[in-house]
Design a protein around this ligand. Structure first.
Ligand code: ATP
Ligand code: MG
Length: 765
């Protein structure tokens, strides 16, 4: 969530810390991330990457990148390259420590012969079906293969024949000879080598026999001197075999230790599939436009969608690491995403569904240039651009209603609205075509109303717009969730049946002219619409935008609406019992939540959270008793505090209403920024204390002392006489840079709004 929040502890970090403290492995920490190059990495892999590389970083160890490439039929160099690119993009580096399990084939082969020589493995000719029958069941022991007790020399000779290509696939396998009565079925003479006649992308046709995962993985770990071999829960049963192979082959190769396996729960996300097999199916079946389609949960897809490595890191920190099977709500990921994008996305004007507006009292042919800051006052960032305003504009069709319901604060006949950064306009007349469709609005403007939202007359609504003659026509790709239901493929359906047919809508939009020079990878917020990134398909002067995430959770609202209108058809399929984490998004508010919502004017989500989490409700009531405003307290508790509780897997809030009230006052009074407010919360969770004391101790308080700010600003202006000169000569763009430098001179603690005002005043702007 922030630089101030360190990676919270978890059982694996605790284990590694204990090992390091106790001097196990001589204090060394060697981890590895071992993908099979048979597909692109996805957000689940990111969890594992952050864990493995993160541990190495935190404990001064190293993390190896190892291609677990023991299956020649599915692997390729394209995947190796994509994996490397994605791990680097996430912010990790393996240096010299790049390995391939396929490089260990000669060693693995030798260890297999060693097992045979020790009487611990034999060549078996049973069919797959016979072997599986012979394994027995949980309640019955297995029955020996007829070849189980063949002489060592015979197995050795046969294994060599297997390797020399003298058998067909399936005619012979090598099996470890362990324990047919073991309660662990994995220990009942598992296969460890098989014949595969396929071309390996690195080894070519050199090999006819290939080791199986349970044999290759542990030995690869041992060869590399891995200390902590971390994998997902499905390998829990395999741990016994992992240890058996290590001891039976004695493969530590000079390292003073053998690796130890620890399992954690894999990441599952609602509305998402994370199995490589399914992702390949989506790509090959052309349900998406490739591995980097922005709808894919792959790292490449997320990158193209506009997700940043920092957002992925913040998400991984939030979900933490444990052994409990959990399905994380996609909404949480999107929440983290918005948090990450908010301070890095300049606000611009874009109209996705243009409706023409003609201002009848605008002086003919006149174009006015408006100064428009890129940032709202609560985002600690600076800079501005100009936007042209003229007598013909576009607004979004959604922002007009001919017969508006109560509470519609946008444009309608006879009513006024403010055009962002510009004037207040009033709708005088509606023009329609022969089919009754609205083609144009005739409006008047109030010449005295120019200014940002702050200045001049107040009206209830502000909307975005672009000047018709100056707007750029651009392609905008509106991405939505790839699946319509929380658990694609549940209840035995083909997961592809659950694809969301509306996951991509391409529109031609009108955007402000400053975006003509936008380049791939730049982030923007289209005001009131969502966060967007410039796509790689952008050509000069013709930017293409991808919607990274909308501002509001449009999905739940759409489902809610659909459920209200046509419950049978649109009702999403219920989550199976094993994934209880998803909230009932479509459910009506229960009476208690409804009452709370009405009493304090809360949102439905806030009311729902507060009524279903007694710990939060208690703090809410206490905060109100201490004078906090209900709206602010509810928002903080339902969003930030709940997020922290989940991230830390705690049931209780380790502070009370007084702290919430105090922190809210600090934020609402502008003494600390919203972001600093969140840092204070993280600190309250970690160490307790009072918000004021934390802010003082950490020096997080925004500086609003005019004298102190002026001193810093004067110094900056004096040092940058050049830039000041350019500004005075009419280059308005310099203002942003000067404000930026002034903010920096305050150690980043200057109140951004105040600093901007003061710089402007000093420049006579
Ligand atoms: P498949 O989907 O075919 O089972 P996989 O996802 O296990 O493959 P690998 O390439 O073997 O793919 O995974 C590399 C590492 O990433 C493994 O250690 C695996 O445990 C981990 N990993 C894979 N998926 C997840 C997930 N959803 N959450 C956390 N870790 C994961
Ligand atoms: Mg795997």
């Amino acid at each position: 969530m922030s630089e101030h929040l360190e990676q919270p502890g978890d059982f694996i970090r605790d284990l590694v810390a204990r090992d390091v403290r106790g001097g196990k492995h001589g204090g060394a920490v060697v981890t590895r991330f071992p993908p099979e190059p048979n597909g692109y990495l996805h957000i689940g892999h990111a969890k594992s990457i952050h864990l493995n590389f993160g541990l190495a970083r935190e404990f001064g160890g190293v993390c190896h990148l190892r291609m677990d490439d023991t299956n020649p039929t599915t692997e390729s160099i394209e995947y190796v390259n994509a994996i490397q690119r994605d791990v680097r993009w996430l912010g990790f580096e393996w240096g010299e420590k790049m390995f391939y399990a396929s490089d260990y084939y000669p060693k693995l082969y030798a260890y297999a012969e060693k097992l045979i020589a020790r009487g611990l493995a034999y060549v078996c000719h049973q069919s797959e079906e016979e072997m599986s029958k012979g394994r027995g069941t949980v309640t019955e022991p297995g029955t020996p293969s007829p070849w189980r007790d063949r002489p060592v020399d015979e197995s050795l000779a046969l294994f060599r024949k297997m390797a020399a290509g003298e058998f067909k696939e399936g005619e012979a396998v090598l099996r470890a000879k362990i324990d047919l009565a073991s309660p662990n079925l994995k220990m009942r003479d598992p296969n460890i080598y098989r014949i595969k006649r396929a071309h390996h992308y690195r080894q070519g046709d050199r090999w006819v026999v290939y080791p199986l995962y349970d044999f290759a993985h542990c030995i690869s770990d041992a060869i590399e001197g891995i200390t902590h071999s971390i994998c997902t829960m499905e390998f829990e049963n395999a741990r016994e075999l992992y240890n058996w192979v290590l001891r039976a082959t004695e493969c530590n190769e000079g390292h003073a230790w053998l690796p130890e396996q620890t399992e954690f729960a894999r990441l599952n996300l609602t509305y998402t599939v994370l199995s490589k097999r399914k992702l390949i199916e989506l790509v090959e079946g052309r349900h998406v436009h490739g591995w980097d389609d922005p709808r894919m949960p792959t790292i490449a897809g997320l990158r193209r969608r506009g997700v940043t490595p920092e957002a992925i890191k913040a998400f991984c920190q939030r979900i933490g690491v444990s052994k409990n099977l959990s399905t994380v709500e996609l909404a949480l990921f999107e929440h983290v995403l918005r948090d990450d994008l908010n301070p890095r996305s300049p606000r611009v004007l874009a109209v996705l569904d243009p409706l023409k507006v003609v201002i009848e009292n605008w002086p003919a042919g006149e174009v006015e240039t408006l100064d428009a800051p890129y940032w709202p006052h609560d985002v600690p960032n600076v800079g501005s651009r100009t936007v042209p305003f003229s007598g013909e504009l576009y607004i979004d069709r959604d922002d007009f209603m001919e017969s508006p319901p109560k509470g519609f604060y946008r444009l309608s006949p006879g009513r006024e609205v403010r055009l962002r950064h510009g004037y207040i306009v009033k709708c005088e007349r509606v023009v329609k075509d022969a089919d009754g469709r609205i083609t144009e609005l005739r409006c008047t403007y109030d010449p005295a109303s120019r200014g940002g939202d702050g200045g001049g007359r107040k009206v209830d609504g502000t909307i975005q717009w672009v000047s018709a003659a100056h707007a750029l026509d651009v392609e905008v790709r509106l991405y939505d969730r790839l699946f319509r239901v929380e658990s694609p493929g549940a209840d035995g359906r083909d997961f592809k049946e659950d694809l969301n047919p509306q996951s991509l809508t391409v529109v031609r939009a009108k955007v402000e002219p400053s975006l003509a020079t936008a380049s791939a990878g730049q982030h923007f917020q289209f005001e009131r619409v969502g966060f967007f990134v410039v796509d790689a398909d952008t050509r000069e002067g013709a930017p293409v935008f991808n919607r990274t995430v909308s501002l509001k959770d449009s999905w739940s609202r759409a489902v809610q609406r659909a459920a209200g209108e046509a419950p049978a058809a649109a009702k999403p399929v219920k989550e199976p019992a094993k994934a209880p984490s998803a909230p009932a998004k479509v459910a009506e508010l229960d009476p208690a939540a409804q009452a709370l919502k009405d009493q304090h004017g809360l949102s439905a989500d806030e009311a729902r959270v507060l009524t279903s989490e007694p710990a939060l409700r208690a703090v809410f009531d206490a905060a109100l008793a201490k004078g906090a405003k209900a709206k602010g307290a509810a928002a903080m508790l339902a969003n930030e505090v709940l997020g922290e509780m989940r991230a830390r897997k705690v049931e209780a809030v380790p502070f009370g209403g007084a702290e919430v009230a105090e922190l809210l006052a600090l934020v609402e009074g502008g003494e600390v920024s919203t972001k600093q407010g969140r840092d204070v919360l993280a600190e309250l969770f970690a160490h307790g204390g009072s918000p004021k004391a934390i802010v003082d101790a950490k020096g997080w308080r925004q500086v609003s002392d005019v004298g102190a700010l002026e001193a810093a600003i004067d110094e900056v202006l004096a040092k940058n006489a050049d830039a000041v000169g350019r500004f005075k000569a009419g280059n308005a763009n310099v203002l942003g840079a000067l404000v930026g430098m002034a903010l920096k001179a305050t150690g980043g603690r200057g109140n951004p709004k105040l600093v901007t005002e003061l710089v402007k005043k000093k420049l006579g702007a």
